[in-house]
Write a protein that binds this ligand. Structure first.
Ligand code: F6P
Length: 355
C-alpha cells in the first residue's frame, strides 16, 4: 500500500518487493489501491501483484496502485463534515482478505497510521520511507528526493538563462513542507545566489543587499531559491499558504511574498516560478531507482524473518531497519550546523540570515 503524496520510485519499490517476494520466495502479494481507500470502500479494490505486473515498472513515475493523503482510518470523513474512527473496520477488512501483514510505503503520516494499526489492532506492518521532502529522521535519504532535486536543479539552470538575458531577479519556489532539503540541495546544485529555507527566517534587507552588490559587480541578475515553507523574519504571514491534514502546505506564496518585499526596496524586475508538482512527477533518477529497489527487497526480507513493526531505512550506505515507533518522529529539518549550509555560505550564497 502507498500512503501520502506520490514520489518517483514508488513503482520501483513495488517491483523490487514483487520480484523478490513473488518471483524468489513464491509468496502471494496484493496491492491495495489508493491507500486505505481500497480496503475501506465496497467493493474493495485490491490488485494481484504478479511477476507480469512488475514488468516495465522501474522507470515509471507515480504509482500503479494510486495513493491518497486523505485516508486516515482513525479519522475518516463521516459525510457530515466530521470524522469517525473506522480503524477497527479496516483491520477486519485486512483479516477478511486473508492478508497476513501490510507493507506501508509512505511518509511520516502514513507510518504513524500503520504503527497505530499494529498497536491498536494487532495488524503486522512493515514500513518503507517515502517522500520527496527527505524529512524522515530515521533514514539518511528517502527515495524521490534526488529526483525532485534533479527537476528543481534543471529549473534553476533554465531560469538562469532568462535571468541573465533580461537582467531580472528570478525566484523559484520549491516544495519540502517544513523542511528546506530540496531548496538547499537544488540551490547549491543550480548555483543559486540566495537560498531561503523554512528553518531560517530571512531578513529581506540582506537579500536586497545581495541583489545590489551583484549589480555593482556587473551581475544584473539574481537567482533566488525559496522553500515553500520559508518566511520573513518580520513574521508576516504567507498570503497564499494554506494547510490541510497533517500540516501539509497546499499552496505556496513564499516566493511571491519575497518578490513583493524585494520590490519595496530594489528597483529591479522580478519573476516568480512555482515549480509545484512538476518536481514530484516523472521518472525517478537512477539513485532513487536503486534505493527504492533496495527498500522493496529489504521489506520482504524483514517479513521473511518475521520482523514486523519495523521500517527499512538507509544509514551510511547500508539498508537496515528501525522499530516503527522510533521512525515516527517530528519532521527532520535542516540542522543549522549542517555542513552543506556552512559550505554554501563559504561560496557566497546568501541564506537571508547570519548562521
Ligand atoms: O510531502 C510531499 C509534498 O509534495 C510537499 O513537498 C508538498 O508541500 C505537499 O506534498 C503537497 O501536497 P499535495 O500534493 O496534496 O498538494
Amino acid at each position: 500500500m502507498n500512503g501520502g503524496g506520490d514520489a518517483p520510485g514508488l513503482n520501483a519499490v513495488i517491483r523490487g518487493a514483487v520480484k523478490y517476494g513473488v518471483g524468489g520466495l513464491h509468496w502471494q502479494i496484493v496491492g491495495i489501491e489508493d491507500a486505505f481507500h481500497g480496503l475501506m470502500e465496497s467493493p474493495r479494490r485490491l490488485q494481484d501483484l504478479t511477476m507480469k505486473t512488475s514488468q516495465g515498472l522501474i522507470h515509471r513515475g507515480g504509482t500503479i496502485l494510486g495513493t491518497s493523503n486523505r485516508a486516515d482510518p482513525f479519522a475518516w470523513p463521516d459525510g457530515k463534515g466530521g470524522t469517525i474512527d473506522r480503524s477497527a473496520e479496516l483491520a477486519d477488512a485486512i483479516r477478511d482478505e486473508g492478508l497476513e501483514g501490510l507493507i506501508c510505503i509512505g511518509g511520516d503520516g502514513s507510518q504513524h497510521l500503520s504503527l497505530r494499526l499494529m498497536q491498536e489492532h494487532g495488524i503486522p506492518v512493515v514500513g518503507v520511507p517515502k517522500t520527496i521532502d527527505n524529512d524522515l529522521s530515521a533514514t539518511d535519504f528517502t527515495f524521490g528526493f534526488w529526483s525532485a532535486v534533479g527537476v528543481a536543479t534543471e529549473a534553476i539552470d533554465r531560469l538562469h538563462t532568462t535571468a541573465e538575458s533580461h537582467d531580472r531577479v528570478m525566484l523559484l519556489e520549491v516544495m519540502g513542507r517544513t523542511a528546506g532539503w530540496i531548496a538547499l540541495y537544488a540551490g547549491v546544485a543550480g548555483g543559486a545566489d540566495v537560498i531561503v529555507l523554512p528553518e531560517i527566517d530571512y531578513d529581506v534587507d540582506r537579500i536586497c543587499n545581495t541583489i545590489r552588490k551583484r549589480s555593482e559587480r556587473g551581475r544584473h541578475f539574481t537567482i533566488i531559491v525559496v522553500a515553500e515553507g520559508a518566511s520573513p523574519k518580520s513574521g508576516e504571514a504567507l498570503p497564499a499558504a494554506r494547510r490541510h491534514g497533517r500540516g501539509h502546505i497546499v499552496t505556496g506564496g513564499a516566493a511571491q511574498t519575497l518578490a513583493m518585499l524585494i520590490s519595496e526596496q530594489v528597483h529591479v524586475e522580478s519573476r516568480v516560478t512555482v515549480l509545484g508538482h512538476l518536481q514530484r512527477g516523472g521518472s525517478p533518477v537512477p539513485y532513487d531507482r536503486v534505493l527504492a529497489t533496495r527498500f522493496g527487497v529489504h521489506a520482504i526480507d524483514l517479513i521473511d524473518r518475521g520482523q514486523w513493526g519495523r521500517m527499512v531505512r538507509l544509514r551510511d550506505g547500508v539498508v537496515d531497519s528501525v522499530p516503527l515507533a522510533a521512525a515516527v518522529t517530528p519532521p527532520r529539518v535542516v540542522d543549522l550546523d549542517h555542513p552543506l549550509l556552512r559550505e554554501a555560505v563559504k561560496i557566497g550564497i546568501e541564506l537571508g540570515a547570519e548562521i
